[in-house]
Ligand binder design. Sequence first.
Ligand SMILES: C[S@@+](CC[C@H](N)C(=O)[O-])C[C@H]1O[C@@H](n2cnc3c(N)ncnc32)[C@H](O)[C@@H]1O
Length: 456
Amino acid sequence: MMTMSSLSSPAPQSVPTPRYSGVRQHKADGAVYTPRRFAEFVAEQMLAVAKLPDKGLVRVLDPACGDGSLLHALLDALPETVRERLDIVGFDTNAGAVHCSLTRLQMAYPGLSLRIEKRDFLECVFRTDGAGELFSNHAPLESFDLVIANPPYVRTQILGAKQAQLLSERFGLSGRVDLYFPFLLGISQILAPDGVMGVIVSNRFLTTKSGQTVRRELLKRFRIHHAWDLGDTKLFDAAVLPAVLVSTGRGFSSAEPIAFSSIYECEEEPREHAADPLTALSCSNGAIVAIPDGRRFHVLHGTLDNGGDPEGVWRVATDTSDSWLETVNAHTWATFSRIGKVRVGVKTTCDKVFVRSDWDTMPENERPELLRPLTTRHCAQRYKPATAKKPKHILYTHEATPAGRVPVDLARYPRSAKYLEIHRATLEARTYVINAGRKWYEIWVPQAPEAWGAMN
Ligand SMILES: C[S@@+](CC[C@H](N)C(=O)[O-])C[C@H]1O[C@@H](n2cnc3c(N)ncnc32)[C@H](O)[C@@H]1O
């Protein structure tokens, strides 16, 4: 079973669990299923916003339904009078998942109008041939009143270079591509103007540079009612920190500010108690809440502030944080970004091979030629790095050419080649480097080789 959280509940009895060929496939599918309590939270929040029609069909979609936990929670939360009028559609590319969710929903609600299919949602929604498909790029044939989803979150390096490039071209994306983003674009095409979407996504897009496009498109394509940054609540596999968005289609126009809540672990003395982090979210702004496993959380409720820039990072604005920021601004001479470009450093994804402080213990005739001095947090200081006791050096395998940055030709650096060859198996274990069409000895994020010229 894929569910990871302590909040998870076992699948209903005798419901088959999907089979995956292993963790790799699981990762490549972005399949981490939503625990029951989390699914209930999303369903409840959607229905708090939805104004469902009194008569006629109510169309519901989960475009990546997995074991059906989200659809199940939504069905449980809907009033019986609406449940009778539902037309439910679910897609998943995994046959086991399709079987699992179909069985689960049929058992829980026999007689429901259900269509759970093994299909690729992106293929479906972005088909342009109009050949009787469910959706077409230009004229959506059908739209949905409720779309609930935990789309696959698959990072570029797992996706593989080819697929990532295809998605970038197809959806006009720049920078990193995560699979959940095309899903959001797809949902925007099939959500009824006053339909409601409830999605679980990674919270990375809230603040990262690569999230710029996601932030802009979300604000353009949806009317977001409430966003939750569920930070380090560990509702999932720790690798993905979740955020939840509840939005309507663009049909609902409103100048209302967007409600934005966050919950992060803290050390402070709790004044309130809750059964779990999601229940803690119903505590008031500023509350410190303890949960039974001993963790304490700081809950914030405010509005979304992006500094008026559609691509700007999202933060929770509250009266307290606004007045704190005013104080900081009043005492600030300049922000870091006005003085210089703020960048992250190089990222080797194998520091034990590339970054060492004991290169000088190697005989000189074996020491790699490509060593460069590193400024790390141990020696960083104002204006220039301090002289560290044991300075670190990086074996840097890239160079600048008139055509741009390229990996070095190892034949020109025999000592570096010999050293790297010894560690070849370790470096090749970074399969995403090879899958991205790069050389086995490359540094994953090498930044700008020409910048070494400025190091003194
Ligand atoms: C993160 S899981 C979520 C499943 C379920 N909605 C839940 O919340 O438990 C993502 C699911 O998306 C499926 N998936 C991956 N790519 C897909 C695609 N292109 N179209 C439809 N489903 C896809 C995976 O098989 C996986 O079951």
